[in-house]
Design a protein. Structure first.
Length: 289
């Protein structure tokens, strides 16, 4: 198709859309509301994943030292911890610092420590593990390895809480995947059928175009453009409504995240392609291609 022909077809497509403003508006709103459901689901998934990520970043492994460990042994333990794979940061916490922190955590009940003679807390190292290595099997192996070192009394990383957390996270992602697949397929079904109904209402126009000798490509392009435009407008409508919901939700849930610009761009392009493909699929029965 030549440039002039394509320009003519494009102008005709826009003119036809303008003539059928009411029908196109209804179709676009239906598509937009369907996409809004998908957008809300994505927003919930993003924020829950962010919470899980932050919780993982807060996890620390504590390496408690035996009483009376000399300075050279402490330094050796420090260097060996830094040399371990998966370790991001190692901080020494003296027994004095630990006691001060413990007093603060007790709050009003800090007087309970008055009954304890001396400082019962040991020196320790606080180890930050890389997020990708925060797994039960990895931390368990590291704890066994470190506990065998001279001068190390015990290694703790909240094993029971971590195991329960991993089960909850796995359950969330499995459930999220199933629900996401159902919502995604439902949205595709609604959009495809909405576009299909739009094409069916113009069946006579297609038949007349075929009778006067128009090629399949010449007939298809206006519908593809219309489907793409509808998909784009519907996606922008969904994003706009999602932004309104996000604004209200942020008042009660400060710190929640919104879709990134790149994610919005991908979402809009996907919806435009979905609208165009919906038009193409609906026209196959009329053009027999």
């Amino acid at each position: 198709m030549k440039v002039n022909q394509f320009r003519y077809v494009l102008e005709e497509s826009l003119t036809t859309m303008n003539r059928r403003r009411g029908a196109n508006l209804i179709s676009t709103v239906i598509m937009g509301l369907s996409l809004l459901i998908l957008g809300v689901f994505l927003l919930i998934t993003i924020n829950v994943s962010a919470v899980i990520g932050k919780a993982s970043e807060e996890l620390r492994v504590y390496v408690y030292l035996k009483d009376g460990v000399d300075s050279p042994t402490q330094k050796e333990i420090h260097y060996r911890l830094l040399a371990l794979s998966g370790v991001d940061e190692v901080v020494f916490v003296s027994r004095e610092e630990a006691l001060v922190s413990f007093r603060k955590s007790l709050g009003r009940n800090k007087d309970m420590l008055e009954a304890v003679a001396g400082n019962p807390l040991p020196d320790a190292y606080r180890v930050k593990v890389k997020p990708e290595d925060i797994r039960t099997d990895f931390l368990e192996q590291m704890a066994r390895q470190v506990e065998a070192w001279p001068g190390v009394e015990e290694v703790r990383y909240g094993q029971q809480w971590l195991e329960r957390g991993e089960k909850l996270v796995k359950g969330f992602y499995v459930t999220d995947l199933i629900i996401g697949a159902i919502i995604f397929l439902s949205v595709i079904f609604v959009i495809a059928n909405t576009v299909r109904l739009t094409v069916i209402t113009r069946q006579k126009t297609i038949e007349v175009a075929k009778l006067v000798g128009a090629t399949n490509a010449y007939i298809q392009i206006p519908f593809l453009i219309e489907g793409a435009v509808q998909g784009t407008i519907a996606s922008l409508l969904a994003v706009g409504l999602l932004a309104v919901i996000f604004t209200f939700a942020k008042r009660y849930l400060p710190g929640i995240l919104f879709l990134e610009a790149s994610g919005i761009a991908v979402f809009v392009v996907f919806c435009a392609l979905l609208g165009a493909l919906g038009s193409l699929g609906a026209m196959r029965r009329f053009l027999k291609i």
